[in-house]
Design a protein around this ligand. Structure first.
Ligand SMILES: *Cc1c(COP(=O)(O)O)cnc(C)c1O
Length: 388
């Protein structure tokens, strides 16, 4: 029976401690929230600058809805491309320093667009082993050969590039790895892209708004040139605190995406009010040095406090300079138990398990925000000490 299979699959998930559950949050995003009726101090969001509930962005969303209505009415190419969408594209291109940009409803859809637009059968994608699931799906959808190199291993990548006979080559990487928090060696990847005439596609979901001068992202952080072979993707749902995503690059690349990317063409344009909210968010990001400096202080505070704890309890602290600070526990159940112990102390830190992370590397994914206070981080460190 078809339903028996599902029952069995779910039972297997239970047995492996891999069944997912959701919590219902009854308050706006932020460090202090109520979930399933309980007040919790949360280290569980990607709202790195604390903008998700910022009054000016909320107001821009409301005013945008008053002026432009609730829905866009159609896909971008058919008639749903409204003035705020156009303004947002122009603003983003200027902000990240690339000639042109295209916006998408989600980062997942943006990633699904890029690789299949640039490569196909007979071509090859060279992808970091720890890339986000959406990049893996994009590589599969492209039908190009999908070569995966060990995490951040530039030499391994070069070996693959050197022997490849593919017609067109594409290097695909997260800029800030979503479950490890470390950065890709973008300057070295760019040098290899130049040497082997490859595209360099960079997913800056966790760098945009946080890294680089004025939060322009990872390309700015590493001072990479605005090369036509670089294609940059970023999201508006993380540091920007709203929703949606962009792809930026050479004008021809963007023109081709607009004409070929199925996840751009065959879907209704996001509500124009969302574009209004993101425009306000970019303004706050650009002026957000104080927020970024607060975030950096929390990161430093947590890292310094975690080091002795990790050493004492056999946990592994990742070499992460970013707001994503994983504490790698290893075993799925141990990670769940640690998260549960923290929850008793009214702290919410998600346990991340395979297949989101490699087998045997289950972890607490602590994510920090400029909205956390020094006392919040202290509370987490104290609870971890007691939990261990
Ligand atoms: C979150 C994320 C995405 C997807 O972005 P959404 O806007 O949430 O769909 C893509 N890539 C990475 C690395 C991410 O962390």
């Amino acid at each position: 029976m078809i339903f028996d299979d599902l029952e069995q699959n779910l039972a297997i998930l239970d047995h492996q401690h891999l069944r997912r559950h959701r919590r219902v949050v009854d308050t706006p995003a932020g460090p202090r929230l109520t979930a399933d009726g309980r007040p919790l101090l949360a280290f569980a969001s990607n709202d790195y600058l604390g903008l998700a509930n910022h009054p000016l962005i909320v107001a821009a969303l409301g005013a945008g809805a008053q002026q432009w209505g609730a829905g866009s009415g159609a896909s971008h190419l058919v008639g749903g491309h409204l003035r705020p969408h156009e303004q947002l594209e122009e603003r983003i291109a200027e902000f990240v320093g690339l000639p042109r940009a295209l916006t998408f409803s989600t980062g997942y859809m943006a990633n699904l667009a890029v690789a299949p637009a640039l490569v196909g059968r007979g071509d090859a994608i060279f992808a970091d082993k720890l890339n986000h699931a959406s990049l893996i799906d994009a590589a599969i959808a492209s039908r190009a050969e999908h070569k995966r190199y060990a995490h951040n291993d530039v030499d391994a990548l070069e070996k693959l590039l050197a022997v490849s006979t593919a017609k067109r080559k594409l290097i695909l990487t997260d800029a800030v790895f979503s479950m490890d928090g470390d950065l890709a060696p973008l300057p070295q990847l760019f040098a290899l892209a130049e040497k082997y005439d490859a595209w360099l596609v960079v997913d800056d979901a966790h760098g945009f708004g946080v890294l680089g001068d004025s939060g322009r992202g990872s390309l700015a952080h590493f001072a990479l040139p605005a090369s036509p072979r670089i294609v940059l993707m970023g999201t508006f749902g993380k540091a920007a605190g709203v929703a949606g995503a962009f792809v930026a690059g050479a004008a021809r690349v963007i023109e081709w995406l607009m004409n070929s990317a199925r996840s751009y063409i065959y879907t209704t344009a996001a509500p124009p009010a969302v574009a209004c909210a993101v425009l306000k968010s970019i303004e706050l990001i650009e002026a957000g040095d104080a927020l970024r400096s607060r975030l950096r202080q929390r990161i430093e505070q947590l890292r310094v406090g975690l080091a002795p704890l990790a050493a004492a309890h056999g946990w592994r602290q990742a070499a992460s300079p970013s707001a994503i600070q994983p504490l790698i526990v290893g075993d799925n159940k141990a990670a769940l138990d640690l998260a549960a112990t923290l929850e008793v102390r009214r702290l919410w830190v998600p346990a991340i398990r395979p297949p989101t992370v490699p087998l045997g590397t289950a972890r607490l994914r602590i994510s920090l925000s400029a909205a956390h206070s020094a006392a919040d981080v202290d509370a987490l460190l104290t609870a971890l000490k007691e939990a261990a």
